[in-house]
Write a protein of this length. Structure first.
Length: 258
């Protein structure tokens, strides 16, 4: 198992359980005490967890704490992200123009597009990793938005990025987000990304929110949009029951992957 994958599993378990013992992690991941201790220290140094006697407790990075490193984020809720990506493909028609938001869920959508028999697709994105993933596909035209580089997270933002977007339009925007709550809508931890997401919403015929269940019942600091701006939600079936009721009561189209 890759180090980043192992640390992502540790972080996911600690966040889900609140407190996790070192011995439990050693057994689950079939590794040594030294390795687990090193992983916990690395996550603690990023302010993602707090070390405790015999284990570690979670810290909510949305409350002013940093995000996990990109390589770690890639493996957090990886199975759910893959299932969401597969469902997302069912919405894409031949010769569609797509906005793919920056982030690891949309990167998984990009990976699922590779090898598909579309006559032609156009993908517009601010995410370097998505552009790289799709660059092997002769049937996919890629427009990579320039701008200020968000270091270590491989995407762009800023007024130049926004100016380029003013000249573009898409059939579908796959919206990534850090939090979603019933009362507030969709939100994000990175302020600079908000104008990009909002422009992509305004310039798209259909907006589909893609995010695993851990992002629901969460309020990130910066508001992206309310529920009325999103046409469809794709998430996983472990989402809180109150959201399932909310989707049904409000007539929100939701696909819950298993």
């Amino acid at each position: 198992m890759l180090k980043a994958e192992r640390q992502a599993k540790i972080l996911q378990m600690i966040r889900e359980e609140g407190f996790t013992r070192s011995e439990e992690l050693i057994k689950l991941l079939n590794t040594s005490h030294v390795t687990i201790r090193r992983d916990l220290i690395r996550l603690a140094n990023q302010n993602l967890i707090k070390l405790e006697h015999g284990g570690a407790t979670s810290i909510d990075f949305l409350q002013g704490m940093p995000e996990p490193q990109y390589d770690t984020k890639m493996f957090v809720h990886a199975e759910a992200k893959d299932a969401i990506a597969l469902e997302a493909l069912n919405n894409i028609g031949n010769e569609s123009i797509l906005f793919l938001d920056a982030g690891t869920t949309n990167l998984r959508i990009a990976r699922k597009l590779v090898g598909r028999n579309f006559t032609k697709l156009t993908v517009i994105t601010s995410d370097f990793m998505i552009a790289k993933e799709l660059s092997v596909q002769s049937n996919i035209a890629i427009i990579l938005l320039g701008g200020i580089v968000r270091k270590s997270y491989y995407n762009t933002y800023g007024p130049y990025t926004e100016a380029i977007l003013d000249n573009l339009k898409a059939n579908i925007f796959f919206l990534g987000f850090d939090g979603a709550s019933i009362n507030r809508g969709f939100s994000n931890t990175v302020l600079e990304e908000i104008p990009i997401k909002q422009k992509m919403i305004a310039l798209s015929d259909q907006v589909i929110a893609v995010g695993d269940a851990s992002k629901y019942c969460v309020d990130a600091p910066y508001l992206i949009c309310g529920w009325e701006r999103v046409h469809k939600v794709i998430t996983d079936n472990s989402i809180d029951e109150k959201f399932k009721d909310f989707f049904r009561d409000k007539g929100i189209e939701a696909v819950l992957s298993s």
